[in-house]
Design a protein around this ligand. Sequence first.
Ligand code: AMP
Length: 398
Amino acid sequence: MSYVLVLNSGSSSVKFQVVDPTAAATDAPLVSGLVEQVGEPKGSVTVKTGGEKFTEELEIPNHSVGLNRAFEIMHEHKVGPQDVELIAVGHRVVHGGQIFSEPVVIDDNAESKIEDLIPLAPLHNPANLDGIRTARAILPDVPHVAVFDTAFFNTMPQAAALYAINSEVAKEHNIRRYGFHGTSHEFVSQQVPGLIERDPAETNQITLHLGNGASCAAVANGKAIDTSMGLTPLAGLVMGTRCGDVDPGIIFHLARQAGMGIDEIDNLLNKQSGVKGIAGVNDFRVLHEKIQGGDSQAKLAYEIYIHQLRRFIGSYMIALGRVDAITFTAGVGENDDDVRADALAGLEMYGIKLDKEKNSVRSSEARVISTPDSAVKVLVVPTNEELAIAQKATELVS
Ligand code: AMP
């Protein structure tokens, strides 16, 4: 059997999986694991395989030490890169700018282009590059493929991709809507036509990726025509800790009236806002417990979240004209039947009829949860970004 090693490198961590690209979205990978606290005095490497978990604490001065140790632990359990037939290493890269609308086999030229895009993703692309360089050095004989979070949205029409700010400034600084979670929106939206027995070339759909980060996309006949995240992943829906769309004037107001610095505002809007900023928690399971316990801030956070979600659904229905399917995915979208019901409540006149019983069934399978006579089909489709990356990498190298 052939496998793909999928790497998602952050500044102080690396998540990895060894994935069979032909597996189902809900199958467990052969190996999954995490290198944590890179650069801190005490880091850890965790490897999960065959239902067991092995954790080791050690100093991890850089990504290379962490990944090498992870590969050794995997080898001890006969699932290391040298033990399986590895056809590719797939790297999640956050920003592909306007350069990458498809995955690419990584050579020195691709590496330098990813480096050129650092100003657009100063927190993410450098960490992704660290992971790429480290893995290419450790595994030089396997093709490495970069899969970009932005790629699916690179073909959006200009009217959706451009902001109404001064064109010269926008051009000079590459300011436009790039969108993120593209691998997930593409993976999920490609499954929908089969599930509702429609021709993919004639399926208009809205995909709602509701996890800790959240975004939605309008997809017409397989191509994204709009999405809620923008130049950065801060825009759009209310998220676990991010505010989503706000009046940009709030930033000037906070600087002028509250005397806050730019990094302070960045931290406020990215990490201390969203559901957490209002309710104090960002996990929807805890949020529901608090609401049931009568916590008014938790209720308010939930209501703002739903209000914003419905705004986007409504605007994408108009943008698409005809909608064949609305699909929920990611942690909240796959598991939270209250969010699904409230997001689509009272929309019968638009052809959206949720089947209450189907919506409340817990399942890890892709499924339709609308009534048979609902003109717009409503679905839950589990996302699996690692599998999607493994599939794309396989497609490119074979
Ligand atoms: P993700 O970013 O896709 O991993 O989603 C993580 C989020 O999913 C968590 O922060 C929770 O808010 C949410 N979540 C996970 N499991 C459940 C569940 N059973 N019910 C409601 N929300 C859940």
